[in-house]
Ligand binder design. Structure first.
Ligand code: PLP
Length: 372
């Protein structure tokens, strides 16, 4: 490796799943969309299944098919099913499909008829987020589904919380009530799915009444808090962050006071110092608007110290202030986040975003190294 690498601690992921499994009686669905939140789709999926998860969840059909191609036989749900998706391929590969609209219902039924296979579906209801799932079409859908139910294996009914990371928020109670009503309405037309699911990580951690038959855990599995401010840190939630980003100093040099650093000259050095240049930039997923509150950890014989970002992040590089007495040398590895360095949450705060975005945006050109 010559510029940077992401170390993924699969043991941490295994421990996080076990910790969550111990706190619920429900089945665990490991959410591995978006390349497992940047941690690596297939290694994470296999770790999750070996650690107590019995389902996998992805956004896109392509992600589900990649998992099947590697030989994974577990149940996989794909929940973003736009019109024109290859439902034939999905059904032939035993992928569970989400049904958010009558149009998709019809496309799935048509694919199933041509294949002669009964598809497994999960009905998605909008309970207050105004994003995916049935809302205005619901009464019509209930009539449609009665006519088509013998052609389908209706495995699940599900919805998604908008504000599960704000446990005191009444909107959560409203969503749960609406969800219960939709489940009842479905039962009243003779359909009783065996897998009712509503909870993401936040609800799994703090809303025991919302677990139902299965919980869908994403961010917590990766050892991160859904929201540090409202739910506490990884440590207080007994979760272990799995991602550690390391990069190499590729240049170290003395720069005099008064020098402007980076594009736009937005940072001007107040004293003589040594700067370190790191070969990572926004093309690697380092947010361009990261402030000097973010720092990398430079290891030294006596322990180490944080070196804050200076100036704008470029496409492939950013600059840190090592301090005039630094003994760091070109070729030394630093911890960007994780390891001895700042946390993903520190970087999220310094960039005005959330930990989810920090980990998912680390680019594919940064190699992943797996610790098993
Ligand atoms: C991403 C996602 C999850 C996981 O959310 P976390 O907050 O990461 O636990 C669960 N369900 C659905 C439908 C999702 O899209």
């Amino acid at each position: 490796m010559n510029h940077a690498q992401v170390n993924i601690d699969l043991k941490a992921i295994a421990a996080n799943i076990k910790r969550i499994k111990a706190s619920t009686g429900s089945q665990i669905l490991a959410v591995v969309k978006a390349d497992a939140y940047g941690h690596g789709l297939v290694p994470v999926a296999n770790t999750a299944l070996a650690s107590g998860a019995t389902w996998l969840g992805v956004a896109l059909l392509e992600e589900a098919l990649t998992l099947r191609k590697t030989g994974i036989r577990a149940r996989i749900i794909a929940w973003l099913t736009p019109p024109g998706d290859d439902f034939d391929l999905a059904i032939a590969n035993g992928i569970d499909l989400s049904v958010p609209s009558i149009k998709i219902l019809h496309e799935i039924v048509a694919a199933a008829r041509s294949l002669g296979i009964t598809p497994r579906v999960h009905i998605e209801v909008d309970t207050g987020m105004s994003r995916g799932g049935f809302l205005d079409e619901w009464p019509d859908f209930l009539r449609e589904i009665v006519a088509l139910k013998d052609e389908l294996s209706i495995v699940g009914i599900w919805s998604h919380f908008a504000r599960a990371d704000e446990p005191e928020e009444l909107a959560n109670v409203e969503q749960m009530k609406t969800f219960a009503k939709r489940v009842d309405q479905l039962r009243s037309v003779g359909i009783s799915p065996s897998v009712i699911h509503l909870s993401n990580s936040a609800a799994t951690l703090v809303n025991l009444n919302a677990h139902h038959d299965l919980v869908r855990i994403g961010i917590a599995m990766y050892g991160l808090s859904p929201d540090v401010a409202t739910l506490g840190s990884s440590t207080s939630l007994e979760l272990t962050p799995a991602m550690h980003l390391q990069a190499k100093l590729h240049l170290v040099k003395k720069v005099p006071a008064g020098s402007a650093v980076g594009y736009g000259g937005t940072a001007v050095l107040s004293k003589n110092t040594k700067l370190g240049v790191i070969a990572m930039g926004y093309a690697d997923g380092i947010p361009r608007n990261t402030s000097s509150e973010a720092a990398v950890f430079v290891h030294t014989k006596s322990g180490g110290k944080l070196a804050p970002l200076v100036g704008r992040v470029s496409m492939d590089q950013f600059v840190v202030d090592l301090g005039s007495r630094s003994t760091a040398q070109a070729g030394d590895w630093v911890d960007v986040f994780g390891g001895a360095g700042q946390s993903v949450d520190d970087w999220a705060r310094a960039s005005g975003t959330i930990n989810y975005e920090i980990v998912t945006r680390i680019a594919a050109r940064v190699p992943r190294i797996y610790l098993r």
